[in-house]
Design a protein around this ligand. Structure first.
Ligand code: SF4
Length: 466
């Protein structure tokens, strides 16, 4: 064999033994596979985390976590047992080295962030903001973002069965934290959903609806089925995508009889109407892909829907190497039949600098993974550029690597640029983490911030509270 940078080996999926965790040592398989048990035993705070992990974890870790929750976290803690069980899957908390392994674990790094993970010099980029993609500015109905010419995003609810530390929708999704209050929808849910259907009926140029939130797994199934049924009745809709990280975080839900039977009904109607329904999930690390996740994905495919696809997020310390990404993509593709589709660069939300990669790093990762996966399953690395939309990382029109500023152009208008004649000629900026820049670039940013603090200098970026 020729020596290659990455060596493919099929790896059987493994469900880590939850009984290695003291708090779940007596939990039966029947309980473990129950969606109701999983929801009832989610870990929402440090006390519950300690109760599951027992005495084996150093107290310093919990102090680090507590400080993060008080001073940095933009998302509250919420992990279904299924997800927590995939953290440090091969050690028990009483094994030597467990705390070190916990610190290093990729799932822990984005689901249970601690203060020492974060950058202290530049915790936030000066251009970071809540709602960094400006989705709310493009709402045509509360929660319905019309950002691209032919597709819309319907945020049907603001909650999920799990909360990810890096959530792009930290402005809206989840519970308030000491650092951020959350935006609240003003309209009642059913009124919002009806208004969304009304908008789509009146706008036949829209053919594609991403039904998201939050996570659709938190909408009671009958309500979700009714909403998707109404979408199926809109003549112009041809693609419906259901966004649920819970396919991985809470696969037990997607394996319930109620959901399987309901999805079968939707898939049948969709076929009769020539509409494609797909599930889009969000898996960031290979160890999340367990036999239960594979069962849930295949159960959904068996209902007759078109596909199950993965949209991961590139995160430092989680999946920032070609090996980690390829291991994940093969785990998804081989046994779970989940199509690797996109990896987004982490958006410019507050306190995310330690997670974010620079554009050059994302370009390098795209180069490194090419040619190993089938072409149809080779994910694209994307930069979601504010006011532009998703762009392949190699599409930048320009890139100042000293200041970490990339320049992007667009080929359609959003509602906010309806009357903007310059929109298609303008260059829009995206920013690398400052700590990655050469000293001269970092100095330029420091001078920008200093100028901002002098009232007479108006050209500096908006500050973001840490
Ligand atoms: S599942 Fe998605 S919407 Fe929910 S917290 Fe995670 S990233 Fe945000």
């Amino acid at each position: 064999m020729i020596e290659q940078p990455y060596v493919y080996r099929h790896k059987d999926l493994v469900e880590p033994d939850w009984r290695r965790l003291p708090g779940w040592s007596a939990v039966s398989s029947q309980d473990w596979e129950s969606a109701q048990w999983q929801r009832a035993h989610c870990v929402k705070n440090i006390r519950q985390l300690k109760a599951v992990l027992g005495e084996g974890v150093d107290e310093a870790f919990y102090a680090d976590l507590e400080r993060d929750q008080a001073e940095r976290a933009t998302m509250s803690m919420l992990l279904p047992p299924q997800m927590l069980n995939t953290i440090v899957p091969e050690l028990s908390p009483s094994d030597p080295g467990f705390t070190d392994a916990l610190y290093a674990d990729p799932i822990r790094r984005y689901m249970i962030p601690v203060f020492s993970d974060r950058k202290t010099d530049w915790p936030s980029h000066p251009h970071a903001s809540r709602d960094s993609l400006h989705e709310a500015e493009m709402w045509v109905v509360e929660g319905l973002t019309h950002r691209y010419p032919t597709k819309v995003l319907a945020e049907v609810l603001p909650t999920c069965p799990q909360y990810c530390g890096h959530c792009t929708r930290m402005d809206l999704v989840g519970n308030p934290t000491p650092v951020v209050d959350k935006h609240k929808f003003g309209m009642a849910r059913d009124d919002r959903l009806s208004a969304m259907i009304g908008y789509l009926q009146a706008n036949p140029g829209v053919r594609d609806v991403v039904v998201s939130g939050g996570d659709v797994a938190n909408l009671p199934w009958p309500r979700l089925e009714a909403f998707v049924g109404e979408l199926l009745a809109v003549d112009s809709i041809r693609d419906i995508r259901l966004a649920t990280k819970a396919l991985m975080g809470l696969p037990q839900y997607w394996l319930t009889d109620e959901v399987r039977a309901g999805m079968e009904r939707l898939a049948r109607t969709a076929r009769e109407r020539d509409v494609s329904i797909a599930i889009h999930t969000h898996v960031n690390a290979a160890q999340s892909v367990t036999p239960l996740v594979a069962r849930a994905s295949k159960a959904m495919l068996d209902t007759g829907i078109r596909d199950v696809r993965n949209q991961g997020v590139l995160l430092r310390g989680v999946n920032d190497s070609a090996d980690a990404l390829l291991d994940l993509c093969f785990a998804l593709l081989d046994d779970a039949k989940i199509m690797p589709y996109y990896f987004y660069m982490c958006d410019m939300i507050p306190n995310a600098e330690h997670w974010r990669l620079g554009l050059g790093e994302a370009q390098q990762l795209q180069h490194q993974i090419m040619g190993y996966l089938p072409g149809f399953a080779t994910p694209r690395m994307l930069c979601d550029v504010p006011y532009v939309g998703k762009r392949w990382v190699h599409q930048a029109a320009g890139y100042d690597t000293e200041r970490g500023i990339s320049y992007w152009t667009k080929n359609y208008r959003t509602a906010v640029e309806a009357d903007d004649e310059q929109a298609l000629g303008r260059e829009y900026e995206y920013y690398d983490p400052i700590y990655l820049l050469p000293e001269s670039g970092q100095e330029w940013w420091r001078s920008q911030i200093a100028a901002q603090q002098r009232p007479s200098q108006a050209a500096a970026p908006e500050p973001v509270p840490a």
